[in-house]
Design a protein around this ligand. Sequence first.
Ligand code: TXA
Ligand code: MG
Length: 349
Amino acid sequence: MIVPANPKTIAQAAALIRDGKLVAFPTETVYGLGADATNGEAVAAIFAAKGRPRFNPLIVHFSDTDSAALAARFDERAQRLAKRFWPGALTLVLPRSEDCPVSRLACAGLDTIAVRVPGHETALALLTETGRPLAAPSANISGAVSPTTAAHVETGLGPKIALILDDGPCRIGVESTVLDLSEETPQLLRPGGVTRAEIESVIGKLPSEAPGAESDEAGFGGAAATEKPRSPGLAGRHYAPSVPLRLNAAAGPVRADEALLAFGANPPPGYKTMLNLSAAGDLAEAAANLFAMLRKLDTGGFGSIAVMPIPGNGLGEAINDRLRRAADPALAATAGNRQIESRSSRQAQ
Ligand code: TXA
Ligand code: MG
């Protein structure tokens, strides 16, 4: 059931969560499917509702850095990043603290935990009112496009959720950046709402990705060749609409059975249906529109979706990452499996 977020419904949602139920709530990135992170059964219900593999750990949300510091060990880099970007779209993967209250299932049995303080008034109010950390993946069926409105959540998971708090469309529109600081070398596991450059301005250069990916104006070329290890969550189909995506549709005409997902002022000719991520060529606007427009075109009965190139700088890194994954789930599956193997062998040592 969708209800508008207000103090009364937030209190109701908090009571449901303390009772072990699932509640969907807005964040500045995407809507999350929340449960009490300290309650193993509630966390198990998240995996069941999403059809999510249990080896894929969840992000745990906190109301402030001090509460997050009870669950995870913050080194100096993590402290500085939290100070600069929280509340906000950055998730830090850190070693679990010794007396971490969060269910091991939420972390998929790993010795690390992904923590974040979301930059959204309703999310923070819910966390404070609940008085517990919230495990919350994006509120979509595993592998589908993440929800940026309450209606998206209802479409995918409606009957499985006790309550959906509606607070309008998400401001950023792509998920948080996931940065692994559990080892000496930081690793960008997932580009997202906080850009690589913003992170580097605080902790210095991150290990590089495929050469040329940043400067590749076409967006896809360099990044598609990236073989950097992935977060466990990037295994399998992700962000995938049901119709194929044709990336880099810049020059040639759009095919008769294709819908066009455009970017910028000069869409290629021939389209019958077009949605423009940002006619002004603004990456923040494009990120905010990305998932909603993919969903809309996905249900339009088209043979495929032609996507114009998006620059790879700033938020463009996250946008291109999601588009690449949506276009080629097989690629994501291979990369993800490699990461899982390397992680579990590391753990066994
Ligand atoms: O913006 C977001 O991050 C949204 C909102 C709701 O906060 N949440 C979200 O969660 O996108 P989810 O579960 O869809 O993505 C979490 C990502 C996955 O790729 C997962 O594998 C990774 O974070 N992750 C979680 N814990 C991890 C850990 N201990 N080590 C490595 N990666 C981890
Ligand atoms: Mg997700």
